[in-house]
Ligand binder design. Structure first.
Ligand code: UD1
Ligand code: CA
Length: 488
């Protein structure tokens, strides 16, 4: 057996079975590409497999294999794929998986592509037990209240060895009552696996080649076959339909939230808070209901996020506040305030104590320290210095229909409300722009840029054009009152 030849954790191969049809998902997307916490099911399987440091990692593909292969090329280019031409059963799938492994010896782990909560730690324990007990096969098992649909673990009289695994459809009445089930995850001695697979026949209720029959073979050859009972049953749960996908997503999320609460993060409503694996949170971060933190988002100490905020690959500085906001690929500086109702698009960088307020959209915009974009603004392709104030309703017109251009606003400049800054244009440091201007030429330091028609009032217009209306009556009354005030 392999315990002497492979003293470290490393196994000679992991085979991930991923050729099944996933019919119950009712999806044009391969089941294995559906996600838990922002990662595909297959990505979870590959990450868990990596924990036992396989010399070779083989994924057996079949159904929707183009999608699966393209995805693997992206997330795990080191993986070899093997094709199972038709779904003739798990035994046939492993046969396919062995093809690229040539004459690999030692320990081979077989796992599945659709059990996202299975941890690398569990696989390591399975391998360790396999070696310690000198077993030819070690099966991961678990006890569940409703074992329907799973293969049942039939133990021998002593209970230490697994005699065989019987599929639900092949069970006797008595076997159906067994609550220890096959998780479908194993360590095999390569030679025993090969010899066992060569003997398989499809003489069972489903007419398939059952990988589980290798166990019967191994026992007949006098080898030891053990089972490791997984206490954390949900790790063995596969995704077959959308309800299971949702359940595993929620459970995985619950575990992530528990970890962060342990680490000093306040999470007001765990039911509506979602955090992906790659997120990093400091102590004394507060997450309000409806917060979703995704990708490589990080939040520094004392910051408050939410309610109703989604941040994807956003870096939030110490003590910042982000309220009802959607942000991606952005940096929010220490003490900055964002929202409510802000939209931070990629390339947004807010400085220390910067402010982005209600109904403001930013894109590729640098907002300097203490600068404010408080209300109703589109700020795209902009570089704002420090202490800048952007009036309500300002539009950075960055796109002429062909190219995008940049607007710069220097330190401590003040843009009046309802201004359009037509890029490329530069407002120097220490400049003003009058409200309602359409600015298409640069404004120099200390200058006031004004670009709007001069106001003209037409006397008696209401009396002439709106005679008999309430407005005309109000005008008459106001004019009379003004006249009386002057007379007094
Ligand atoms: C299998 C086990 C069962 C165990 C259960 C755990 C066998 C005979 N039975 O049953 O004891 O309790 O898993 O979930 O092994 N696959 C292929 N090609 C095939 C068939 C399956 O790649 O031809 C892959 C599937 O994509 C899936 C895995 O193998 O990832 C398990 O297949 P599935 O059909 O779900 O096996 P079960 O019949 O549920
Ligand atoms: Ca299954």
């Amino acid at each position: 057996m392999s315990d002497n030849t492979q003293p470290n954790a490393s196994v000679s191969a992991v085979i991930i079975l991923a050729a099944g049809a996933g019919t119950r998902m009712k999806s044009a997307t391969s089941k294995l590409l559906h996600q838990v916490a922002g990662r595909s099911l297959l990505h979870f399987a590959v990450d868990a497999a990596n924990a036992v440091e396989p010399e070779r990692l083989v994924v057996v593909v079949g159904h929707q294999r183009e999608q699966v292969e393209a995805h693997l090329a992206e997330i795990a280019p080191h993986v070899t794929t093997a094709v199972q031409e038709a779904p003739r059963g798990t035994g046939d799938a492993v046969r396919s998986g062995l093809v690229p492994l040539d004459d690999a010896s030692g320990d081979i782990v077989v796992t599945m592509g659709d059990v996202p909560l299975l941890s690398g730690e569990t696989l390591r324990e399975l391998v360790a037990e396999h070696r310690q007990q000198g077993q030819a096969v070690t099966v991961l098992t678990t006890r569940i209240a409703d074992p329907a649909g799973y293969g049942r673990i039939v133990r021998d009289a002593g209970g230490t060895q697994v005699a065989r695994i019987v599929e639900e459809r092949d069970c006797t009445e008595a076997q159906r009552l067994i609550d220890e089930i096959n998780a479908g995850i194993y360590v095999f001695d390569a030679a025993v696996l090969r010899a066992g697979l060569a003997q398989l026949t499809a003489g069972n209720a489903q007419g398939e080649l059952y990988l589980t029959d290798v166990i019967t073979f191994a026992r007949a050859q006098g080898h030891r076959v053990g089972g490791v009972v997984l206490a954390d049953s949900i790790q063995a749960e596969g995704v077959n339909d959308r309800a299971q996908l949702s359940r595993l997503n929620r459970e995985y999320n619950r575990r992530i939230l528990a970890k962060w609460m342990d680490a000093g993060v306040t999470i007001l409503d765990p039911e509506t808070t979602w955090i992906h694996d790659g997120v990093d949170l400091a102590e004394d971060v507060t997450l309000l209901p409806g917060t979703s933190l995704e990708g490589a988002t990080s939040v520094a100490r004392g910051a408050t996020i939410g309610p109703d905020t989604t941040l994807i690959d956003v870096e939030v500085g110490e003590g910042a506040s982000v309220v009802r906001t959607h942000g991606s690929l952005s940096v929010i500086g220490p003490g900055a305030t964002v929202g409510p109702f802000s939209f931070l698009r990629p390339g947004t960088e807010l400085g220390v104590k910067a402010k982005v307020g209600a109904f403001v959209e930013t894109k590729n915009a640098k907002v300097g320290d203490g600068s404010k974009v408080p209300h109703l603004t589109y700020c795209g392709d902009a570089i704002l210095g420090d202490g800048v104030n952007i009036g309500a309703g300002t539009i950075f017109a960055n796109y002429d229909g062909v190219t995008k251009s940049t607007t710069t606003v220097g330190d401590h400049s003040f843009i009046g409300s309802d201004t359009v800054l037509v890029a490329p244009v530069q407002i120097a440091a220490g400049a003003y722009v009058a409200a309602g201007s359409t600015i298409s030429a640069d404004v120099g330091p200390g200058e006031l840029g004004v670009a709007r028609a001069r106001q003209r009032n037409v006397p008696q217009w209401v009396a002439r054009k709106r005679a008999g209306t309430k407005t005309a009556a109000a005008a008459e009354a106001a004019i009379r009152a003004a006249g009386e005030a002057v007379a007094q």
